[in-house]
Design a protein around this ligand. Structure first.
Ligand SMILES: NC(=O)c1ccc[n+]([C@@H]2O[C@H](COP(=O)([O-])OP(=O)(O)OC[C@H]3O[C@@H](n4cnc5c(N)ncnc54)[C@H](OP(=O)(O)O)[C@@H]3O)[C@@H](O)[C@H]2O)c1
Length: 335
């Protein structure tokens, strides 16, 4: 396989640019002197985007009428928009699947010069692994939640367009790093001296630090892979949840007490939190769908194929990634 070329100075579109991962990729693309177009919504929180250096386009991807008059200038698309939490199956599918159809139809019509679309999917699209057997690209997809099912539907749409558009699909596991807010809630609990242990299983998971994921996305953009290929992308390790807690506690210099939530209570807690958020516009951090995720013991994947095909070498393990993350939270007074 040829050595990847460079994305420097290209014109790129980032969807979901106001989000956690989208915001980080925008920063890296600006560092590479790219001309960055960002698709955001009128309601998006734009505090992490440097508005003097990016071109903003306002639109809702789930609305087929979103503006697309700039697409013919674009070399690369990083499709990061997605819903990781929603109140219904319909909402997940509207954004994680229908929006892909809208975007790729527009790309087919206007984006004749596109060199690559990097489509951000998720390990959840494939589902959990068996103990000691990380999933890989040959594993049949068996998503267990609405989120996972909607991400798989998005992948299938990307797959259908892959004969006319150059698309690479990436499937990260849990992504952590500066500005992230879910993993942050766990870290905040540890800082306050509490390790909330959900369920009885010994949980094992893959992880990736956000800068490694961003670098992998940039690599995927220029790596000559077959269109429609889907790759797992992790930091190359598997971690027990106990090790995650221990690493965070050591870095924070705390000895948290463990609060155990039995398996039998998980679904009830999820349903209760859903019930009390009925009249809120945002979904709760934990709901019955999230509890299905949590009850799986093993969320691990092998990303050897991506490492080999695209010559990618992650730079962060949990210790190094968490250290940078915690420093950022402290500097920004989140912790
Ligand atoms: N974070 C993880 O651990 C993780 C793991 C695996 C895969 N992923 C995938 O990575 C992608 C990005 O995740 P993230 O963690 O960065 O999520 P995030 O912080 O919630 O960002 C999601 C982005 O998508 C945008 N978006 C949502 N609905 C939209 C719509 N209808 N039209 C246009 N934009 C819309 C959001 O815009 P607003 O700011 O307006 O809401 C936001 O910019 C998602 O596809 C997710 O499935 C994430």
């Amino acid at each position: 396989m040829n050595e990847p070329t460079s994305i420097d100075n290209s014109t790129v579109l980032v969807t979901g640019a106001s989000g956690f991962i989208g915001g980080h990729i925008v920063q890296s693309l600006l560092d590479k002197k790219c001309n960055v177009h960002c698709l955001v919504r009128r309601s998006s929180d734009l505090r992490w985007l440097d508005r003097t250096r990016v071109k903003l386009h306002f639109g809702d991807l789930a609305d087929p009428l979103f503006l697309d008059d700039f697409l013919n200038q674009i070399d690369y698309v990083f499709h990061c928009a997605g819903l990781t939490q929603a109140k219904s199956r319909k909402e997940y599918f509207r954004v994680n699947a229908d929006a892909c159809q809208n975007l790729y139809e527009k790309c087919s019509d206007a984006g004749k010069n596109l060199k690559k679309i990097v489509h951000l999917s998720s390990l959840a699209a494939v589902g959990p692994a068996l103990p000691n057997a990380p999933v890989n690209e040959a594993t049949p997809c068996k998503p267990v939640t609405f989120y996972g099912k909607s991400k798989l539907a998005g992948e299938k749409i990307a797959g259908r367009f892959s004969s006319s558009l150059p698309i690479t699909i990436l499937r990260p596991p849990v992504v952590y790093g500066p500005r992230e807010t879910n993993f942050f809630t766990f870290l905040k609990g540890i800082t306050k001296g509490w390790n909330v242990k959900m369920g009885s299983s010994q949980r094992v998971l893959s992880l990736i630090y956000v800068q490694d994921l961003v670098d992998a996305m940039l690599k995927a953009a220029v790596c000559p892979t077959e269109s429609g290929n889907a790759y797992f992308i992790t930091d190359g390790n598997s971690y027990s949840w106990d090790l995650v807690v221990k690493t965070a506690s050591n870095l924070l210099n705390v000895k948290p007490r463990t609060l155990r939530i039995p398996d039998s209570l998980l679904i009830f807690i999820g349903l209760f939190l859903e019930f009390i958020s009925i009249y809120r516009t945002t979904p709760p951090l934990l709901d019955s769908q999230r509890m299905i995720d949590i009850r799986q013991s093993t969320w691990t994947a092998s990303s050897q194929k991506f490492f080999d095909d695209c010559k990618f070498d992650p730079q962060y393990d949990l210790q190094k990634g968490l250290e940078e993350t915690l420093n950022w939270y402290k500097e920004h007074q989140w912790l």
